[in-house]
Every structure is written in C-alpha cells, then in structure tokens.
Design a protein around this ligand. Structure first.
Ligand code: BGC
Length: 273
C-alpha cells in the first residue's frame, strides 16, 4: 500500500506514528503545526509567517524551513501548494508565482528542510482531511470537496481514496473559467450579494453534479464559516454540507498524506545499496 492514499481510518496503517507535521502555503500566509494523526487535531500551536513576495519556490522554501525548524521537527512533513502536483513537481500556478511551474518542489523543500517532504495540492490535502476526520468522515461513496477562496480547489475522494489533481475549479461554464466568476474572491471583487453569488454557485454545483454524480459535496474555504448564508439558497440533488475542519484542513491533510506515503523509490534504491 505504500504511496497510496486511503482515507478510511478503519485499520489503515500509519507508518509515520501518532504525530505528523503539516504546512499550508497560501497566498498571504504560510502556516504549519504538528498534527495528531489519530484524532486529526493540531498537536501544538500553529505558526504563521507571511508568504514572501514574490512567492518564488526558493523564497517560500526558506519560510517553510523556518517554520519546521521552529518546532525542531525532523520527521516527515506534508506541504500544500495551490497548484497541480505530479510526482513532486508543481505543474501549474493559477494563484501563485509563475516560477512554480515545472519546479521540483519536493526536492527543493527536502533540501531546504533536511526532512522527508511530501508536496500535495492544497484542496487535495483539505479534502483528504475532511474524508478522514471532517464532514465526510469515513464516507463510503463519492465525495467531491470544493474549497472556495482566491480560487476554487477540488478534491475527489472515492471510498476513502483520493483521486489527486482534479482541478474542477477550472471547468468552463458559459465560456469562462468557473473559478473566475464563482470563487469567493469573485464575490468580494464584484461586491456580490449572497443571493447573486448563490446563482453562480448553483450553476457551478449543478454542472459538477451532472458530470460526476457525487454522493456528497463538502464546501470548504474561509467562507464556509458563513455557509448558512448561501448553502440554503442552492437547489441540488446532491447533499451539500460545510467543511468540518475549516482552516486547519490543509495542514491536517498534508500531515496525513506525508505520514502515509512510503519512502520515495530513489530513497529505497539508496537504502538498498
Ligand atoms: C488551482 C488549484 C488550487 C485552487 C485552490 C486553483 O486556482 O488551480 O490547484 O487547488 O486554486 O487554491
């Protein structure tokens, strides 16, 4: 099972031990904390440092190393980025510095921290945490987690297993990138009332449910704290609920995914020599 992610807590091995460490790279802040892998709660006070500007991989790596170092943490670290991550390489940069495209983020962060780093998409981390400990806890079916923030992030979790990099915030609706009109940043930027924004959300979630037929939608991101303002305005066949873990979901999911991943093949080769 090494390298696979399964959110069912029933009997899943946790080779990382009872504690992990997660770091969430956001547009304005980089936050990190140790995580209790048994409960999904933070196991220490969260540290937040400002995201460097420009937020290039080298500068961000220094901040990540500073946060891990401030806890004296040397075990595996999970780090989220708002980008597609394939085999440790960041492939897109919708809301971060363009220099992340093609960066070997995992190697860079491993070198900066001296720790075993796993880099994951921010919504995938949050979604995985929701499937393990939050609003979709141990859900056996198809769960589509969306994070409404600067962009729209998505995580598809099926029977507890994460299907990474779904990027459904960028589906095209009415000839436009959905996140451009429907993110929480769009609501803010255009000064939309809850009702007006809900019309856009309605079209977005209706499109998603027609394409994926999920059993459950989970809505995360900071605005999910105000879910009662907009979720009741939606008319969907799929149940839709606010996230359970809120702000910490990214940190928790990153720590979980890092602790569950086996050693990299290059490290395995190295240790066998
Ligand atoms: C990015 C995703 C990210 C989401 C939330 C989108 O613009 O393409 O990778 O998960 O924003 O940060």
């Amino acid at each position: 099972m090494s390298g696979e992610a399964t959110a069912s807590s029933a009997g899943a091995p946790r080779p990382g031990g009872a504690r992990g460490f997660g770091i969430d790279i956001g547009g304005s802040g980089i936050k990190g904390a140790p995580v209790d892998l048994e409960t999904g709660g933070l196991a220490g006070e969260r540290v937040r440092l400002a995201t460097p500007s420009p937020s290039t991989p080298d500068e961000v790596a220094k901040t990540v190393a500073e946060i891990a170092g401030s806890f004296g943490w040397t075990g595996p670290i999970g780090v989220t980025v708002p980008a597609v991550v394939a085999h440790g390489v960041t492939r897109t940069a919708a809301n971060i510095d363009a220099s992340w495209i093609g960066a070997d983020a995992e190697r860079l962060l491993r070198e900066a921290t001296g720790a075993d780093v796993t880099v994951v998409n921010d919504a995938d981390a949050a979604g995985y945490a929701e499937a393990r400990f939050g609003a979709a806890r141990e859900h056996p079916g198809v769960v589509l987690v969306t994070t409404l923030g600067t962009g729209i992030g998505t995580a598809l979790v099926v029977g507890g297993r994460l299907i990474p990099n779904t990027e459904l915030g960028h589906i095209e609706i009415g000839g436009e990138d959905a996140e451009h009109r429907t993110s929480d940043a769009a609501r803010d930027r255009e000064g939309l009332s809850w009702e007006k924004w809900a019309k856009r959300l309605q079209r977005y979630y209706r499109t998603l449910e027609n394409l994926f037929w999920p059993d459950l939608f989970v809505v995360g991101g900071g605005v999910s704290r105000k879910a009662e303002k907009f979720l009741p305005l939606l008319d969907l066949r799929t149940p839709i609920v606010p996230a359970g873990l809120r702000n910490e979901a990214g940190i928790v999911g990153a720590a979980l995914l890092a602790s569950e991943r086996g050693p990299r093949s290059s490290e395995r080769a190295g240790s066998e020599r």
